[in-house]
Design a protein around this ligand. Sequence first.
Ligand SMILES: Nc1ncnc2c1ncn2[C@@H]1O[C@H](COP(=O)(O)OP(=O)(O)O)[C@@H](O)[C@H]1O
Ligand code: SF4
Ligand SMILES: [Mg+2]
Length: 331
Amino acid sequence: MPIPEPLLRIENLTIAFPPARRGGDEVRVVDGVTLSIGSGETVGVVGESGSGKSMTALSVLRLLPEPGRITGGTLHLGDTDLLALTEKQMRGVRGGRVAMIFQDPMTSLNPVFTVGDQIAESVRLHRGLGRKESWDEAVQALRRVHIALPERRASQYPHELSGGMRQRVMIALALASQPQVLLADEPTTALDVTVQAQILALLDELKRETGMGILLITHDLGVVAETCDRVLVMYSGQVMESADARTLFAMPSHPYTQGLLASLPEMAPEGATRLSFIAGQPPTSGAITDGCPFRTRCPKYLPGICERPLPTTRLSDSHLVRCHLYGEAAL
Ligand SMILES: Nc1ncnc2c1ncn2[C@@H]1O[C@H](COP(=O)(O)OP(=O)(O)O)[C@@H](O)[C@H]1O
Ligand code: SF4
Ligand SMILES: [Mg+2]
């Protein structure tokens, strides 16, 4: 069977902020990230806070916070070169072919309109349907995300709904334009465990129905284990390890991935305490420019070697790791 073309391709993406003071260095917050998402595939991006996950997702929509800039690499949605589009064309892509959901649903929802009006407006805008059909589609969208009494809910305002229900409405709104790619930035982080599991199951179900690809950002490897086909582990703006999910959990190879896994209660070796393995904090962005950014915390640090540029080693077809333990210098 031919391998399907990826829907979204990010290659060698670099994002930087200008120097904080005159004569200083620009601050690279994303450094050489490459990833692709195919139809019906969920790709997880995992890493601690500040590792560049949100910046990577926002760059796909060209919505980086000022004065952040994409300083290198390419972004393609199918055949479309996203970096070559005009701002007007880009507005059609946002909330159209690519939709995004967040931890806080009120980032997407407008408090002064009913949820039905907001979804119907997106349907009208992106699919060109009339007023009545758009409203019917909005009710249908609420039904698809398993909201009971969707006709009644459609006439309510966001503040009248519970947190879990608002999350479902945000998903319904994101899917109203029938996106090819859904960027989900920590969509379940604020929810309790039961609601979190329901939302993840819902995303999976909707993905199967629509064939969309999902980029699922999380700092929680437990979430990845349940939902992702492939996983990228980011640290300090760089991808340290990537593999299909099964391989990553069976054979975590980068010391940082191993540390993250050891911090999962259900995966930790007997007697290990949560997060005991990765002591310390990630470096501030741009603080380490050469060699491995994890070396200040790495239990397997090789003095004199880990300061050198990181090698990329292919451990198997889908499994890449960037660490000197697997490079020539360590052999
Ligand atoms: N305005 C800014 N100027 C400089 N650095 C920034 C700015 N905004 C965010 N950053 C840095 O970008 C890095 C990546 O942030 P982000 O992508 O939000 O991380 P994550 O989503 O993985 O928690 C962080 O280290 C953050 O400090
Ligand atoms: S390159 Fe060195 S410091 Fe970095 S993870 Fe590998 S062993 Fe640790
Ligand atoms: Mg983030």
